[in-house]
Design a protein around this ligand. Structure first.
Ligand SMILES: *[C@@H]1O[C@H](CO)[C@@H](O)[C@H](O)[C@H]1NC(C)=O
Ligand SMILES: *[C@@H]1O[C@H](CO)[C@@H](O)[C@H](O)[C@H]1NC(C)=O
Ligand SMILES: *[C@@H]1O[C@H](CO)[C@@H](O)[C@H](O)[C@H]1NC(C)=O
Ligand SMILES: *[C@@H]1O[C@H](CO)[C@@H](O)[C@H](O)[C@H]1NC(C)=O
Length: 481
């Protein structure tokens, strides 16, 4: 009996593997129980809503010490920590409660749970008991959460431990320069970071924020960029969200939740967002909403996000590599000079971090991401879960070395605590002269004209579209950062 059962199991597993190979995602799957799963691999890849703790590297602990070299200067571009959702999402809390009730009704009243691959009892009960945290109100939109503070305290503590001679415990405003954008979440991130470095009541002050912050938010002041519509009918993300793969995924999820029809994309994305947020807010707990999705379904969503960011902030549009002209010049100048300050730290946003990487040529794939290469790009470098989680950070450390007669100056770039493996560097260690050469086109340019190439210089939409598109670009931006 048992043997027979095992044989049947094995047959289905082979069939399942076959389906995965054929269609790239699971079609026939065994009842999956999120509550019982100890791996919960679907909680590790939430694109820009991934928790820092989940993806941060551990390699820096080995990579920061360079024989015969002493760290001299540090430059950091830090995304804010874990935050609350946008007002728009907070206001949808009631919609989520409706979805919760509908799913429970499907299972308990209508009895429309699927025969295979249904939610396990545990996950269903957890979902039934889910409540929106009512102290999260729309006026707190995008505020840093307590985990968000921890994110920044953690990175400050870790980097200070590795580089005590550079990240000294005494603050003074000629040695340290801090700057953040004009938002609650980056201001509080700055506070968390400096409290951790210097202790509370340290008197650390941030630089004045100019009215037009072209250093940290250049994308807000570049119209050709904001009207560059990457989501119209010809865009890859549009095609992806109208593909068989996407449709099948929505259907699979709806069926699993007991619906006799396919839920609207925006409802599924809402549940998915709640899963991602809750998972990031409390890293050591699991969000019951994540139980609504299997690992392979999350992979489909993750690719959608990566695709969207690839064209909006990554290598998919030429303009994206121009935007951060100023911040790159700032980094190079800082590291190149022997004068104070020795440390510069910026607290900003997702869009800033991704476009910075794009300007520097980091995590660039050989082939572009498109609507139909989900499968073949599964090992892509452009994975925002890894490159741009909450509290994602890019750190450049300049070293002075005494062994080599020719190249005394070196630099290592770290992304989320892993040395960046540029092919012109040696396991992450780069000659400073090479850095100057590689980024010469930015170093020697006038950022005023370079950062935002005018209409005509790059492909943009006809002028008549501009007004309509600006509006959607604004809405898009709100969701983006
Ligand atoms: C609810 O949200 C508030 C505000 O973010 C937070 O302080 C509190 O810890 C949350 N409560 C629970 C049970 O998660
Ligand atoms: C700040 O610290 C640096 C390095 O310790 C020191 O050289 C400099 O004189 C200090 N500046 C002030 C204003 O205290
Ligand atoms: C996907 O689903 C939508 C709405 O259900 C439908 O209009 C569209 O034709 C489907 N596309 C594909 C490629 O199956
Ligand atoms: C750095 O420069 C030295 C001396 O010019 C050269 O031997 C070495 O190969 C360079 N390292 C890299 C990673 O390019």
């Amino acid at each position: 009996m048992v043997i027979k059962y095992l044989k049947v199991m094995k047959f289905f597993m082979i069939l399942n593997a076959l389906f995965i190979t054929l269609f790239g995602h699971t079609v026939a799957q065994f009842d999956y129980c999120f509550g019982k799963d100890t791996e919960r691999s679907q909680t590790r890849q939430f694109a820009t809503k991934t928790a820092y703790q989940i993806i941060k590297g551990t390699n820096i602990d080995k990579q920061y010490l360079v024989p015969h070299c002493l760290p001299q200067k540090i430059w950091i571009f830090h995304r804010h920590g874990t935050r609350l959702p946008s007002r728009n999402t907070i206001e949808k809390a009631t919609r989520l409660e409706k979805l919760r009730d509908a799913i429970v009704k499907n299972y308990r009243v209508l009895r429309t749970a699927p025969v295979t691959n249904a939610l396990c009892q545990e996950d269903l009960i957890a979902l039934q008991m889910w409540k929106w945290n009512s102290s999260i109100t729309p006026d707190m939109e995008e505020y840093l959460t307590s985990q968000g503070y921890e994110d920044l305290r953690g990175t400050a503590r870790h980097y200070q431990k590795l580089y005590p001679s550079v990240l000294t415990k005494e603050y003074n405003n000629t040695y340290y320069i801090f700057r953040h954008t004009d938002t609650q979440r980056t201001t509080e991130s700055f506070k968390a970071f400096t409290d951790s470095l210097f202790g509370v009541n340290n008197g650390a002050v941030a630089e004045q924020i100019p009215e037009k912050d072209k250093l940290l938010r250049p994308y807000d002041y570049c119209e050709p960029w904001s009207v560059n519509n990457n989501e119209n009918e010809n865009s890859e993300i549009y095609k992806y969200k109208h593909s068989v793969l996407w449709n099948d995924t929505l259907t699979e999820i709806s069926t699993r939740l007991g619906f006799q029809y396919t839920l609207e994309s925006k409802d599924i994305e809402l549940m998915y967002d709640m899963c991602r947020y809750e998972q990031a807010w409390q890293v050591d707990r699991t969000s019951v909403w994540c139980g609504a999705f299997t690992p392979s379904q999350v992979t489909v969503f993750e690719y959608g996000d990566d695709l969207r960011y690839y064209y909006k902030l990554g290598y998919g549009s030429d303009i994206n590599a121009h935007l951060n002209c100023r911040i790159v010049q700032n980094m190079i100048e800082h590291l190149n000079s022997n004068a104070l300050p020795n440390v510069q730290v910026y607290f900003a946003h997702s869009a800033g971090l991704q476009t910075l990487l794009t300007t520097l040529g980091i995590n660039k794939d050989d082939r572009p991401l498109t609507a139909n290469n989900y499968q073949s790009m599964s090992e892509r470098k452009w994975k925002t879960s890894n490159i741009d989680p909450f509290a994602g950070n890019f750190v450049a450390v300049k070293y002075e070395c005494n062994i080599e007669p020719i190249e005394k100056e070196k630099v290592i770039f770290f992304l989320n605590q892993n040395a960046v493996d540029l092919d012109w560097c040696h396991v992450g260690l780069c000659n400073w002269s090479e850095v100057l050469q590689r980024y010469e086109h930015i170093i020697n340019t006038d950022c005023n004209s370079y950062y935002c190439p005018g209409v005509g210089a790059l492909t943009v939409k006809p002028i008549s579209f501009v007004i309509i598109l600006s509006m959607s670009a604004i809405i898009y931006l709100i969701n983006l950062i």
